[in-house]
Design a protein around this ligand. Structure first.
Ligand SMILES: *Cc1c(COP(=O)(O)O)cnc(C)c1O
Length: 462
């Protein structure tokens, strides 16, 4: 069995318990038409089978991690109430749970006082952080590395703030010299540091960015949508570790519980170090329902309606797996990283493959070796298909030639970008499955000897 179904009975038990809380109300039994619903659900089930097998360890492609069963159940349980965390009137219990859960995430970065809340995802969370940044540094530029998430440029467009992209170093981290050149030109309001880039999992050197901040006085926003939870592990390289160690000094942080935090989609989180930024959100809407003097989450967020169920799922997960160093959750993340490091060692030791740089978190990028980058791209795509036939699901990433060139001596670059294979090894189980994953990759390499020769011959003809 691939899907975890064992925990499902807990949901029914918990729902009966939840229902008992309303037993003092006059009798009211909602009607359902089970027969018609069943027919629809059969169709839904058929449709849903057309998906990659995300929960299985042989799904080692995009940034997709199965939610924890307790998150799924708590989220589903909350759906019988369907709270709206915009205001306490819409979700009293779930708003309190959100504040507690967000405080625990802030605490992971050493922040006792903070302002923050959940939101739809990393994009929304970054938008909110950059909106606040723009309010505090009006008319000034946002800068982020060329490997930062593509939405930063777009968010800046929406906010009508200028945006500049900074080149990266040979490990896909923001290039500090290039950054300083832009800073010297002036008018930079905010630097976005990415702790865990989406493509390669690289960690920008935050401590050095903070040194530059001393001199140039910009705001520092950290996009840790994917990487944020790695603050808890004890097996990072010293450079990445130093960046995570400095997170408490930045102005705002984005982390996605729906990336590495075991939550269903629709769960991002934005945090501000200075709670006073809350005043920027002031609005005066006749439609909202802020009936008490306590803080309603809608008063400190850009979005209005939000699923209280997200907060309930997250809160339940944090009860089961607290965000502590050396805890069960941290151990799971450390295993993901070990999985990526093991696969890197295997690939590095086999001359049929090319690697770029060692993984900084748990994403790894590699490619089949060939003489020209265009052949490498074709082979990567062929491997992607062949691996899928063997039930191993990988991802593809286009690396700019400048990023691959320093690592691939002897390869001729005949195109501006090269398509590589990419794996996000985000499940702790990936660690036990690495040998099997590796044996599938080796088999593909064996069977591709001829394909590669054909590609190389056709290349000579061009
Ligand atoms: C995924 C990701 C985002 C976007 O987050 P969504 O939740 O997909 O909206 C932003 N930044 C980084 C670094 C990411 O990995």
């Amino acid at each position: 069995m691939t899907l975890e179904l064992e925990s499902f009975e807990l949901l029914y038990e918990s729902l009966k318990h939840l229902d008992a809380g309303f037993r003092n109300l006059p009798e009211f039994t909602p009607k359902v038409d089970l027969e018609r619903m069943q027919r629809v659900l059969e169709e839904v089930t058929e449709r849903m089978q057309d998906n990659y097998p995300y929960p299985h360890p042989l799904y080692a492609g995009q940034m997709l991690k199965p939610p924890h069963p307790v998150a799924r159940l708590a989220y589903a349980l909350a759906m019988w109430i369907n709270p709206n965390n915009h205001a306490l009137d819409g979700g009293r219990a779930s708003s309190v749970m959100e504040k507690e859960a967000v405080a625990e995430i802030a605490h992971m970065y050493g922040w006792e006082d903070h302002l923050g809340h959940l939101c739809g995802g990393g994009t929304m969370a970054n938008m909110e952080a950059l909106w606040v940044a723009g309010r505090l540094r009006p008319g000034r530029k946002i800068v982020a590395s060329s490997q930062a998430h593509y939405t930063h440029r777009r968010i800046s467009e929406v906010l009508q703030l200028d945006f500049a992209s900074v080149p990266v170093d040979t490990r896909a981290r923001i290039d500090l010299n290039a950054l300083e050149k832009i800073l010297r030109q002036g008018n930079v309001g905010t630097v976005v540091a990415t702790l865990g880039t989406t493509g390669c999992g690289s960690v920008d050197p935050l401590h050095e960015i903070l040194d530059l901040q001393q001199h140039y006085g910009f705001r520092v926003h950290v996009d840790a949508a994917y990487g944020g939870y790695f603050a808890l592990v004890d097996n990072l390289d010293s450079d990445a570790q130093a960046s995570f160690d400095h997170l408490n000094q930045v102005d705002s942080i984005v982390v996605d519980p729906h990336k590495h935090g075991l939550q269903p989609y629709g769960c991002g989180c934005v945090l501000f170090r200075d709670p006073a930024v809350g005043t920027i959100y002031k609005h005066d809407s006749p439609y909202t329902y802020f009936s008490s003097n306590e803080l309603h989450l809608g008063e400190i967020s850009l979005e209005c309606s939000r699923p209280g169920a997200s907060a309930v799922g997250l809160w339940a997960t944090l009860r089961l797996l607290p965000l502590v160093k050396s805890g069960e959750f941290a151990e799971g993340l450390a295993r993901c990283r070990n999985a990526a490091c093991s696969l890197f060692q295997y690939l590095k030791g086999d001359s049929r493959f090319l690697t770029v740089f060692p993984p900084e978190l748990d994403i790894i990028v590699w490619a089949p070796r060939a003489a020209k980058s265009s052949t490498i791209s074709k082979l990567s795509r062929a491997y992607f298909e062949q691996a899928a036939e063997a039930h191993l699901h990988l991802a593809l990433v286009d690396l700019p030639a400048e990023l691959a060139r320093p690592h691939w001596a002897g390869v001729g670059f005949d195109e501006p970008a090269v398509t590589c294979l990419r794996s996000c090894l985000m499940k702790p189980e990936h660690f036990e499955w690495i040998d099997r994953i590796w044996s599938i990759l080796k088999r593909i390499a064996d069977s591709n000897r001829k394909t590669k020769r054909n590609y190389e011959k056709s290349n000579l003809g061009n």
